[in-house]
Design a protein around this ligand. Structure first.
Ligand code: PLP
Length: 365
């Protein structure tokens, strides 16, 4: 990536440091469209908008399609950033419970038939926080109510290419026959979040509308980041990199699963086959917030699951018992050590770790 950044500057000079087209660099858009086609998503470069991270994609979609007070249906639980962004746009969030195969289609059907849902936000593949991937047979069922009631789906595919075990699922958009799926993804999880490059693929009219909103948001996504990424992709480095990181994450995922398997008072949701997270339920006697605070004192960072449930709707009675563990940035050794420390917290026994080992170090998990 460093080489591609330098080469991009050598090749493009001032153009790499200037403003770029609001929709994104044509070379990158064409490359993204080509990659999507390999994953059975048919989108022309005009149907692709480069955005400054999926976060901006969600914000532009919210700004363009949502009026304050509109209802947006989301999986319960779902990605915190989406909850915050839709709430900031004035949306009322309606949570639809999930099971081990993703969002419950019967409940989705009932929500769409009874309410005036304006937009549906879903992560069908390697969901954050649960790790769940909607199996092929449920994908068609999931699309049917959206088609029937004409409700667009935002498919956030941030982790779609990061599977630990094949088969690699195609995006939901690959099965969309009515142009109701707006596909959203990012290079943050596969390459680097600091690049701030993501993309939206959807109907050309919508992409033009989002581009207008983007113009007032940030003019364009960093041309230098886009140039470097376009070169990274064209040189085949992206494929090689994906291959490498998939193996690294698969090892971390398996290490964390194995480390957790010996613990009595925590249940790991068994549905994760990709992404960065394990979604776990604590023993009835344990409260996630207290565990999070106690773990932080031992240098272990995790997130209390409550934050992932839309406020006031769809949160199950046991939402205070869930935690999300991330294995993306810790080495296998750090994961083993981190889970060992968590085990001590869960057993509520004091732990004696020299302060020198904790202070100034990165949190372990
Ligand atoms: C599901 C999901 N969508 C979007 C994002 C944000 O990605 P970006 O860095 O591209 O804004 C994240 C980051 O955690 C995420 O988990």
């Amino acid at each position: 990536l460093q080489e591609e950044l330098v080469a991009a500057l050598d090749e493009c000079g001032a153009a790499g440091l200037g403003y770029g087209p609001v929709e994104g660099l044509p070379t990158l858009k064409a490359t993204i469209a080509g990659r999507l086609a390999q994953r059975r998503v048919i989108a022309s470069p005009e149907q692709v908008l480069v955005v400054s991270g999926a976060t901006q994609g969600i914000a532009l979609i919210a700004q363009s399609l949502i009026e304050p007070g509109d209802e947006v249906a989301v999986e319960s639980p779902t990605y915190i950033g989406a909850l915050q962004t839709f709430a900031a746009a004035g949306a009322r969030l309606i949570g639809v419970p999930v099971d081990g195969k993703g969002v419950r289609v019967d409940l989705l059907e009932s929500v769409l038939s009874r309410r005036r849902i304006r937009l549906l936000f879903l992560q069908p593949t390697h969901h954050n926080p649960t790790g769940t991937t909607v199996p092929p047979e449920r994908r068609e069922q999931l699309l049917a109510p959206s088609w029937r009631y004409g409700v667009p789906i935002v498919e956030d595919d941030a982790y779609g290419e990061l599977w630990h075990e094949p088969p690699d699922p195609f995006p939901l958009k690959a099965s969309d026959r009515h142009e109701l799926v707006i596909h959203l993804s990012t290079f943050s999880k596969t390459v680097a979040p600091g690049l701030r490059v993501g993309y939206v693929a959807g109907p050309a009219a919508l992409v033009r509308r989002l581009a207008l909103a983007k113009q007032f948001s940030d003019l364009n996504t960093s041309a230098l980041s886009q140039l470097a990424l376009a070169r990274f992709l064209a040189a085949g480095e992206y494929e090689r990199h994906l291959h490498l990181v998939r193996a690294i994450y698969a090892l971390r995922w398996a290490t964390m699963l194995a480390a957790l398997s010996g613990l009595a008072n925590i249940d790991v949701s068994p549905h994760s086959k990709g992404g960065f997270y394990l979604w776990c339920r604590l023993d009835g006697a344990l409260n996630a917030r207290q565990i999070v605070a106690a773990a932080a004192r031992r240098g272990v960072t995790l997130i209390a699951g409550e934050a992932f449930f839309p406020p006031g709707s769809g949160a199950p009675g046991d939402s205070h018992r869930w935690i999300r563990l991330s294995f993306s940035s810790a080495s296998p050794e750090a994961i083993v050590e981190g889970i060992a420390r968590l085990a001590v917290v869960l057993r509520r026994q004091p732990i004696s770790i020299p302060a020198s080992q904790i202070e100034g170090t990165q949190p372990l998990v």
